[in-house]
Every structure is written in C-alpha cells, then in structure tokens.
Design a protein around this ligand. Structure first.
Ligand code: LLP
Length: 422
C-alpha cells in the first residue's frame, strides 16, 4: 500500500509517522489508513461501474463504526451476519435497503429484528430457515424478501478453515436441493423471492473457482426462469484474495481477472449484481503497532517478545497466516537479518506472530509494524489472559484519531459480578 511506507527512515501511515502515533497512543494498537480504505473501495466499485452493481461490504471483516461510516459515505451497502452487525450498519447510516442478512443460523429474535427494519433481503441458508422466516413474517403480516444461498460445491483452493462452498461445508442450501427450495419459497406466505446468493470462501486467488461457481449458478437461474421464477439480483458473495506476501499475485491484477469473470456472465444476467467484499476493502489498510519487550536468545533460536499477542491477532496461529512484520525505524540497507520467532506474552505455545522470520537486530523498546491486519483481526480479538482489548486509531492524511479506546482494567473486571451469596 502506498499509504504505508518508509519516509526518511521512519515508517508512516498516510502522512503520520508510526513513532509519532506511538507517542500518543500506548502500544499495542491497530491503525488504519482512511485513504487506503477509500482507494480499495473505489477500485472495486470502478471495476463494476458499468454494471448495475451494489457493493455490500462484509462487516465481519472490520466493524468499527468509523470505518462503517466512511464506507457508508462512499455509498456502500452492508452484508451482515448477526443482529449486532445489523445494528452497527444502521447506526453508521447504511440504509436498510442496502443491507443483506447472511448468517448461517439466524435466531428468531434476529429475524424479527431484521423484518422490522425492512432490509434488502435475507440470504437464506436452509429450507428450515426459509420456513421459519415465512412463519415469523406472516405472523406479523410482513413480507420477507429472500435470496437462497446456494452451496455450489466448488473448491475455492483456499485454507480449509475459510472454505465455504464445498458440499461438506455447513454453508448454504445444497445445489441439488436448490430448485426444491425455490419452489417451496414460491408457495410460502410472507415470502417474496428476490435473488440468489453464493459465497464460496475467502482469500481466493484462484479466480477460476468463481467462474466455476458462476457457471453452476447460471444453470440454476435458467431452470428457475423455466419455472417462471425471475430474480431481481444475483449476489456473488465476497472472497477475493489480497496480497499478504511478495509471492501473492497483486490484488489489483486479481480484481481485474475477477471482474472479467463477472462480466462474462453479467449481460446474460440482466439484473442487479451484489458483491460482498470484506478483506479486499480493508485488509491492507490496517497495521498493528507493537513494541519489543524482550529479546530472548535460547540454544538454537531467538525469541523476539512483543506486547501484542494472539488475543489481539489470532490469524497466524489459527490460519497459519503470514503477515509481513517490519521495524518502524528503517534498517540500514546492509543490516544483516537472522531468523527469529516473534511471539507475544500469552501463556500458549501457539502465541506467535511469525516463526523463523528473518529480522534485522531489534532491541527492547523498538517498535514493530505488523502489516495487512485491517481485516479479521481487531474483530476477532479477545481478552484471554485478562489482557485488555487494544485501541484502534484512524489516520487520514495528516490527521489521526482514536476510534476505539482500550478499556481500563477496572472496566474489564467490572463486567463480571460476584453473587452476594458467595
Ligand atoms: N460474505 C459472506 C457470507 C462471508 O461469510 C464472508 C466471509 C464474506 C462475504 C467476506 O469475505 P471476504 O471478501 O472478506 O473474503 N477470519 C478469516 C476469514 C473468514 C471469512 C468469513 N466469511 C480470516 O481471518 O482469514
């Protein structure tokens, strides 16, 4: 990202140096570049500007209200998976008629809440859920707009924990039951069919997987038309990969290839196309700033211990994710690197940010920057080991602002209550 680079020997995000930020906000903290988020959103929107497209940002990637507000102002809709996310989207000013409700097992309370807000549609995950939505809507003389999430049974070629479009995954209505689901939907009270939906996985760099899935969806659409069921939109989900390592394809090249795949089908579709990108919009716009708190050489390796841990960023240990890590102060061009393990203070061997990673010499007090953590990082953090959730900061040009403070220890402790009979 051009927004996150060394300038005069110091890393900066937009026009603010990491050292200046660390003097104002205690480490560790997340920091996002507003201009990088805008750049990604606009690149995505431009790729489909000639189509009747709606971009429903997948809020699960990063749901900070400041980021949602920024995206709402750019015209984004939202893909939500819970009542909490729906409330966040509405609170940020995303109009209800631009919100799709995915979510693999929605509760009755969540369905009722979404019905009361008259959202764009429910992405229905099963025939049981379809019946439930129908019952809840008709009991209140409401109509639910629905789109069936079809599991097209394709291999997205991504990490097993983020693959969702194979028949063995829990997601969506199996391809073979799809027609039956639509036929049922057409007869159920309180239901209007508006679309079809898929989402085959995340961090997908094999664009042919989208092509394969689209072919299957097109087959279904044709069969639906023969049954007299016409759709207002096709939701192609999210999943486009981004560049984490130097070996990954450039994300703009991927976007161009992806756009070609979608365009191949767009004319025949002749309806609105909904996209649910999450990672593409935000992953590379975020960094985690952390301080070295100990350097511990042992027999055959060195541990660089930092003040951020797996509770702040779980991706390395959960998905074997590789995040670039660089010192905030640029190393001399001839500085030697040695492989180290960069680890946090949590009492788990799985608490690492990188293993066997070449790093130039660092000392206690040095600042490190963990890159590409805008997506699925702060949202997945927790307070394990009674560590406080860390702050989030937004930078825009030369301005920076705290967009989520780190709670105090007192707030952390006061969340619990002790029965007076103890
Ligand atoms: N739509 C649905 C229904 C989804 O489940 C997801 C992501 C998206 C859209 C957005 O996908 P994206 O464009 O961001 O790939 N925690 C994992 C990623 C989990 C993705 C879950 N679903 C990680 O850190 O890699």
């Amino acid at each position: 990202m051009p927004q996150i680079i060394y300038h005069n020997g110091t890393m900066q995000i937009d026009h603010v140096s990491i050292e200046a930020l660390a003097s104002r906000y205690p480490t560790p903290f997340y920091c996002y570049s507003a201009s990088a988020i805008r750049q990604q959103y606009l690149a995505f929107a431009d790729a489909f500007a000639d189509l009747p497209a709606l971009i429903c940002y997948a809020i699960k990637a990063n749901s900070n209200q400041a980021i949602l507000t920024l995206l709402a102002k750019l015209g984004a809709g939202a893909d939500v998976v819970s009542e909490g996310e729906l409330r966040r989207a509405l609170a940020a000013g995303i109009p209800a008629d631009k919100i799709v409700f995915s979510g693999v097992a929605k509760t009755a309370t969540e369905i009722r809440f979404a019905l009361s807000k008259n959202i764009l549609c429910f992405n229905v995950e099963s025939i049981t859920e379809l019946r439930q939505i129908s019952a809840l809507a008709s009991a209140n003389q409401q109509t639910a707009k629905v789109s069936m999430r079809i599991n097209p049974d394709v291999d997205a070629g991504t990490h097993a924990k983020i693959s969702t479009g194979k028949r063995e995954n829990k997601f969506g209505i199996p391809f073979d039951y799809a027609l039956q689901a639509y036929q049922l939907a057409a007869t159920l009270p309180g239901i209007t069919i508006v679309g079809i939906d898929m989402h085959i996985g995340s961090q997908i760099s094999k664009v042919s997987a989208f092509d394969e899935a689209m072919q299957r969806i097109m087959e279904l659409i044709k069969q639906l038309q023969e049954l007299g069921i016409n759709l207002e939109h096709v939701d192609v989900g999210g999943g486009l990969g981004v560049t984490y390592t130097d070996d990954d394809p450039s994300e703009l090249t991927l976007l161009a290839e992806y756009s070609r795949v979608i365009h191949k089908y767009a004319t025949a579709l002749n309806c609105r196309i909904i996209f649910e990108p999450g990672r593409f919009i935000i992953a590379n716009a975020g960094i985690l700033v952390t301080e070295v708190i100990q350097v511990k050489p042992v027999q055959d390796k060195t541990f660089v211990m930092i003040d951020a841990a797996m509770n702040d960023l779980i991706r390395p240990t959960l998905y074997e994710a590789w995040h670039k890590i660089s010192p905030a102060k640029q190393a001399a061009p001839d500085a030697l690197s040695q492989p180290v393990d960069i680890v946090g203070p949590v009492c788990e061997s799985g608490d690492y940010m990188a293993q066997n990673r070449p790093l130039t010499t660092v000392v206690v007090g040095d600042l490190l920057v963990i890159h590409s953590v805008g997506a699925y990082s702060a949202v997945a953090s927790n307070t394990y080991n009674s560590r406080r959730l860390i702050a989030e900061v937004l930078v825009d040009g030369e301005r920076d602002q705290l967009i989520r403070p780190s709670p105090s220890y007192r707030q952390l402790i006061e969340l619990d209550s002790v029965p007076d009979w103890l």
